[in-house]
Design a protein around this ligand. Structure first.
Ligand SMILES: [Zn+2]
Length: 485
């Protein structure tokens, strides 16, 4: 009765599902301009195995997982962003309602076919076998060339933050199956991930230390992309004859792999969202913008390229902020905030800074702070008031966390060190972890800074002054510069 996995439907999984090339009479409901397909009906029609994990609200259809109230679907190592979250009720009818047509790429991946949804006849038609790309690995004496052939030209860009090389192809659909044996074939690649969203396909290669920073070569007007991986030159005795300059260069290339070039500063809140209101009506959105602008010029003086999610009093959704950072090819994301607490007495007593990373398992206090910062979601049109990341969503975030949680924690460590001994005291250990929405989707080391308590008379008065803001920016700049070394 209390089985963890409640099995509710099973039929033989057929690899030739959709053999007739058309799935007709789909159960479709429309709400708010979005069409939803009944996921259980669709899974049955596709003859796919289905499991309902009742505790986590996850429906598995074939190899894909769908979570109620979540706008990500996943197949093993690939995540798909949907138009809207998966719904339990549409127009009073209960099921697993999948937004359409944004769910189609998930089924295309499983069936390895191009699918088209005809909204007039509520049919899915298989257009052709999905075979957009060829992937070829050419092993050379001194390295490897991974060549992707595309059916048409796409714009693409590569980012390298050691050990991850990320290739983003704008507007393309990626077939992760084509890359599944790349790590096995390559001597430089240890793992491969892919992420599919509406705007782009992202391929992440996790590189071993025997490889130098990769290079992206575009050919045939963007129809051919080559990732060139070079073998790192060993400083062996035989190479003593080589020019010393060449050797120094090779060593530099080694350390530049970790180099942080573009920093994205995210002053929290803005526009219709004032953030926390503190001592003497001081608004969080004003403090963090002032500190952010000062931090920008300090980091630029230290040689970094700096982008800001907002440099004016403007409302930006929590979801847009990390997306902007990724689009800019950011190497580091810092979201600036002020902490707050209710109750006169507690406001007098509670002060201090704390730096947060995105990770499950934080304390109840950390979770409460994340909930307060996540409340900005309620100001977004069409979104419901949701302030927590569910256990199932943490599973979906696994990809991002596996890549960046460790380096984010290291960055938080540098920040605590730089803030220690300053005018604002340390809250607890100075570092914490929780489900901050604004850090979700930042594919780079990312930290949320609570600079101090805006509701505390001492912290608030300090953060309101030019001098205080300048000192806070100084300490942030110092920590980021130390981390980037
Ligand atoms: Zn905030």
């Amino acid at each position: 009765m209390f089985k963890k996995f409640l099995f509710f439907f099973l039929s033989a999984f057929s690899a030739s599902a959709l053999a007739q090339d058309t799935i007709a009479n789909l159960q479709i409901e429309k709400k708010g301009g979005v069409a939803y397909a009944n996921g259980i009906d669709l899974g049955k029609k596709l003859k796919m195995q289905m499991f309902w994990h009742s505790e986590a609200d996850i429906l598995q259809i074939g190899a894909s997982s769908w979570v109620l109230d979540n706008e990500w679907a996943s197949i093993k190592d690939t995540s798909f962003l949907l138009q809207t979250p998966v719904q339990s009720h549409i127009n009073g009818k209960q099921s697993f309602w999948l937004p359409f047509p944004s769910s189609l790429p998930v089924f295309e991946r499983m069936l390895n076919k191009n699918l088209e949804y005809d909204s007039v006849s509520a049919k899915i038609v298989a257009v052709q076998t999905k075979d957009i790309w060829s992937v070829n690995l050419d092993a050379k004496n001194n390295g490897e060339v991974i060549e992707l052939k595309l059916l048409k030209p796409f714009t693409a860009e590569g980012f390298y933050v050691h050990p991850n090389y990320i290739l983003r192809i704008n507007g393309a659909a990626i077939d992760s199956a084509m890359f599944s044996d790349l790590a096995k074939k390559s001597v430089f690649i240890s793992r491969v991930f892919s992420i599919q969203d509406k705007q782009s396909a992202q391929l992440t290669l996790v590189l071993r230390d025997n490889c130098e920073g990769p290079e992206l070569v575009k050919k045939d007007g963007g129809k051919v992309l080559q990732i060139v991986l070079r073998k790192k030159q060993a400083a062996s005795g035989q190479q003593k004859t080589a020019a010393p300059e060449a050797k120094t260069q090779a060593q530099d290339a080694n350390s530049t792999g970790k180099k942080i070039r573009t920093i994205v500063i995210d002053p929290g809140h803005g526009g219709k969202d004032p953030g926390a209101i503190g001592h003497k009506s001081l608004q969080e959105k004003e403090v963090v913008l002032a500190v952010g602008l000062k931090l920008k010029s300090k980091l630029e003086a230290n040689g970094f390229s700096v982008k800001m999610t907002r440099s004016t009093d403007k409302f930006i959704t929590l979801e847009e902020r990390p997306k902007m950072a990724s689009d800019w090819g950011g190497d580091l994301f810092i979201s600036l905030h002020c902490n707050a607490i209710e109750g006169k007495e507690r406001q007098q007593k509670t002060e201090g800074f704390k730096f947060y990373i995105l990770r499950a398992g934080g304390s109840e206090e950390d979770k409460a702070i994340a909930r307060r910062e996540n409340k900005a979601v309620a100001l977004e049109s069409g979104k419901k008031n949701k302030t927590d990341i569910s256990p199932a969503e943490w599973i979906i975030l696994d990809n991002q966390l596996a890549l960046y949680a460790e380096r984010s924690a290291l960055l938080a460590g540098h920040l605590v060190e730089a803030f220690d001994g300053g005018s604002v005291k340390k809250l607890g250990t100075g570092a914490g972890q929780a489900g901050f929405f604004v850090l979700v989707g930042a594919y780079m080391p990312a930290v949320l800074a609570e600079l101090g308590f805006i509701t505390n008379p001492t912290d608030g008065a300090y953060m309101a002054t030019e001098k205080g803001q300048n000192e806070l920016a100084d300490r942030l700049a110092k920590a980021i510069t130390a981390f980037a070394k």
